[in-house]
Design a protein around this ligand. Structure first.
Ligand SMILES: *Cc1c(COP(=O)(O)O)cnc(C)c1O
Length: 339
């Protein structure tokens, strides 16, 4: 039995999801004629109280389209230095949008209202790039699945409004924050100009992300998606998986969080684990002492068909997801104890 804790992207479609895919009504989405995609976009827009949505090939594509739609070349984007949009998207902000970045150092990737307001360039100073967009990530991937305090998000929105900045949420794992805090999707929809959400992370769809915004923004985004080569044809088979995920796989994220905390309890008992980053959602980041480098630790686990990722020579990441079961946790516990 393989236990794959590398990422929540490794899940396979469930029988119910495959069934939904098999029965999808599809058409040519570049002509706007794919019923399953239209249904997914309408459903998601309603859920978030946004006017419109766009089905994208990946979270990276959804974020990069958003940055492009909100900015002009030469503008500046304000975000945490570990934000996916900067750290894991191949320099796309410069490549696609010709923008500079203002990188802040947040607490586990969570930036503050004060940091944002201190880093907005005066619009009447021609020396400085024009601050245009603030990007938030919730939950924060490189912060170990950290959740933003909602009041902080409201306060940052006020700063954006006062200064004419756009406000984008990279919500690849927003539903993890939603189930943990009891906030509603619409509360986030009301706060941000645009939101991206991943269907292929914890929600367990094989492919796809959604970008949400008002009608004009999504019209612009649709054009940019075409330019980026993301106009798909009978992709309703994938959208049907995404819709199924939104209907069936949101509440169960709680189980992933419960299992992540259980793994945290197992790790606490191991003498060579020196520190565990607080487990807010489905990510477990932990530090190993010098006697056990990450590579050695991971190689030993691999022998037992248990897989994880090293974040650094002494830091390892486990991620729980749809395909991790309680039986697997029992095996993991047993194997960790005998390492
Ligand atoms: C995974 C992820 C994305 C998008 O990744 P893709 O692999 O391109 O779908 C965006 N933001 C965050 C925070 C992520 O974790």
């Amino acid at each position: 039995m393989m236990i794959d804790l590398r990422s929540d992207t490794v899940t396979r479609p469930t029988p119910g999801m495959l069934d939904a895919m098999m029965h999808a009504k599809v058409g040519d989405d570049v002509f706007g004629e794919d019923p399953a995609i239209n249904d997914l976009e309408n459903y998601a827009a309603g859920l978030f109280n946004k006017e419109a949505a766009l089905f994208c090939t990946s979270g990276t594509q959804a974020n990069q389209i958003a940055v492009k739609a909100h900015t002009q070349p030469g503008d500046e984007v304000i975000l945490d230095r570990l934000a996916h949009i900067y750290y894991y998207e191949g320099g796309g902000v410069a490549f696609h949008s010709g923008c500079s970045v203002c990188l802040l150092e947040g607490d586990r990737g969570r930036i503050t209202t004060r940091q944002v307001s201190e880093h907005i360039n005066p619009a009447d100073d021609p020396h400085r790039p024009l601050s245009r967009l603030v990007c938030i990530e919730n939950t924060m991937n490189k912060g170990g699945g950290a959740i933003y305090d909602f009041d902080e998000l409201i306060a940052i929105q006020h700063v954006c409004r006062e200064n004419g900045l756009k406000y984008h949420l990279d919500g690849a794992r927003l539903f993890n924050a939603i189930v943990e805090t009891g906030r509603k999707p619409a509360e986030f929809g009301n706060l941000f100009d645009s939101i991206s959400i991943c269907l292929s992370k914890g929600l367990g769809a094989p492919v796809g992300s959604l970008l949400l915004g008002d009608k004009d923004f999504i019209l612009k985004a649709r054009r940019i998606r075409k330019v980026f080569g993301g106009g798909m044809r009978q992709a309703g088979f994938l959208a049907a998986a995404g819709k199924y995920a939104l209907l069936n796989h949101v509440d169960r994220l709680r189980e992933d969080h419960r299992r992540a905390r259980q793994i945290g309890d197992m790790l606490k008992k191991l003498p060579f684990v020196t520190d565990i980053v607080p487990i807010d959602t489905n990510m477990i980041f932990f530090h190993l002492d010098d006697s056990v480098p990450s590579d050695t630790f991971l190689a030993k686990l691999r022998e037992k068909d248990i897989h994880a990722l090293a974040l650094s020579p002494q830091v390892v990441r486990f991620v729980t997801h749809l395909d991790i079961t309680d039986t697997m946790l029992e095996t993991l516990d047993k194997e960790l104890k005998t390492l």
